[in-house]
Write a protein that binds this ligand. Structure first.
Ligand code: GAF
Length: 385
């Protein structure tokens, strides 16, 4: 994150709130390399932080007011009384930052009001964790402003609690853990049960590779019930199998488990178990210095999300198929699905051709042109000014 971004939100802060902020913090969006819909099953994932981030300038207030202004939110400044924050009481984007302040207070932490000005380069609704970036930027800023000294997983849990209980989205913890725990040049091997993390070196340039993000521009909304239904299906399956979570089922136990389950739960369970195994295989390939071997795992993971989990859509399927046909080593949807973005692992010299082939396929199918970003493994949430 550049000094420019910190300077720009300082200027915005001065214009909206007057005076200077006490600090500037940034929290990134993410792509998940592999390990999708595993986090709420206590399983494994391998996300990496993007350079795109929420940047936020803040200053404590002594009168218990939380004044929130977003460069993306129009002219209005939301003004909330911290003591009155309650699930359901805040509408629109402000429920994410307000929810984090509420979640910190729910943990018994003595936090009060603040003036906040924020700006985001994470595209909203693109499956790149724009809401987790917003929550985590507020969490690290409050941690700094109010001297909370919280460990990174605690910040992630508070941010997830805000999203679950305050914003009403039953997400797992992957996006928040990615936003606070990732480090530059690495992917994050996450155990969603213990919240243990391992930094996995992820340098593609030295191998002549690049990772493209193709945003289909189909906007998803995880609060719309489909995500919650999938999560409930997984929890029901684990209950029927007598397991704490689907994480506790492995490939060896899969055939007998599938035979014991009602038909509608079979594909969900198959996806989760095979996806956890794909995370293991991906981590092993990276450890062996073979990032190109991620390609087939990505495409296999996409097929599982499409055919078993049912969370892809026509546009993400088309982006994957067109990218692979144009020479990508592998591609898959990333994030919750129902739209959003596709990642494609490509040889550096073929990046433009792959992006062009996907754009052409979209035009031929009558879809809006996808936006293309490059996924560069970037640092997690931190103070930047
Ligand atoms: C969304 C959720 F927020 C995550 O917790 C995770 O479940 C993901 O979908 C699917 O892997 O991003």
């Amino acid at each position: 994150m550049t000094a420019d971004a910190a300077g720009a939100v300082r200027d915005g802060f001065r214009r909206v709130h007057g005076g200077s902020p006490e600090g500037v913090w940034a929290a990134p969006g993410r792509v998940n390399l592999i390990g999708e819909h595993t986090d709420y099953n206590d399983g494994f994932a391998l996300p990496m932080a993007l350079p795109q981030a929420v940047v936020l300038a803040a200053r404590r207030r002594g009168d218990g007011l939380l004044r929130l202004h977003s460069a993306q939110g129009g002219a209005a400044t939301a003004e909330l009384r911290v003591a009155d924050l309650a699930p359901g009481a805040t509408a629109g984007w402000a429920r994410y930052p307000a929810g984090v302040v509420w979640a910190l207070r729910e943990r018994g932490l003595a936090v009060g009001g603040a003036d906040v000005y924020l700006d985001s380069t994470v595209p909203a609704g693109a499956g790149l964790s724009s809401s987790a970036a917003l929550e985590c930027a507020v969490a690290v800023a409050y941690d700094g402003l109010y001297g909370l000294g919280l460990a990174r997983p605690e910040l992630a849990r508070a941010a997830q609690h805000a999203e679950n209980a305050y914003a009403g989205v039953p997400c797992g913890v992957m996006d928040q853990m990615a936003s606070v725990c990732c480090t530059g040049g690495h992917a994050l091997h996450l155990d969603s049960r213990s919240l243990e993390v391992r930094q996995v070196p992820f340098g593609l340039g030295g191998h002549g590779l690049r990772l493209l993000v193709l945003d289909t521009r189909v906007r998803h909304d995880l609060a719309d019930g489909a995500y919650a239904a999938l999560r409930a299906g997984c929890e029901r399956a684990a209950g029927l199998l007598g397991l704490p979570a689907l994480r506790d089922l492995d490939g060896a136990g899969l055939p007998s488990a599938l035979a014991a389950l009602p038909g509608e739960l079979v594909p969900l369970v198959r996806h989760v178990v095979t996806e956890n195994a794909r995370v293991d295989r991906a981590v092993a390939e990276l450890a062996a210095g073979r990032p190109e071997a991620l390609g087939p795992l990505l495409t296999e993971g996409h097929a599982s999300l499409r055919d078993d989990y049912g969370v892809s859509c026509a546009e993400t399927d088309l982006a994957v198929a067109a990218a692979v046909a144009a020479g990508a080593l592998g591609a898959r949807m990333t994030g919750g699905g129902f739209g959003g973005s596709v990642i494609a692992l490509v040889r550096a010299g073929e990046a433009a051709a792959v992006a062009g082939a996907v754009a052409e396929a979209f035009a031929a199918a009558g879809h809006a042109a996808p936006a293309v970003l490059e996924a560069v493994p970037s640092p997690g949430a931190r103070r930047i000014g």
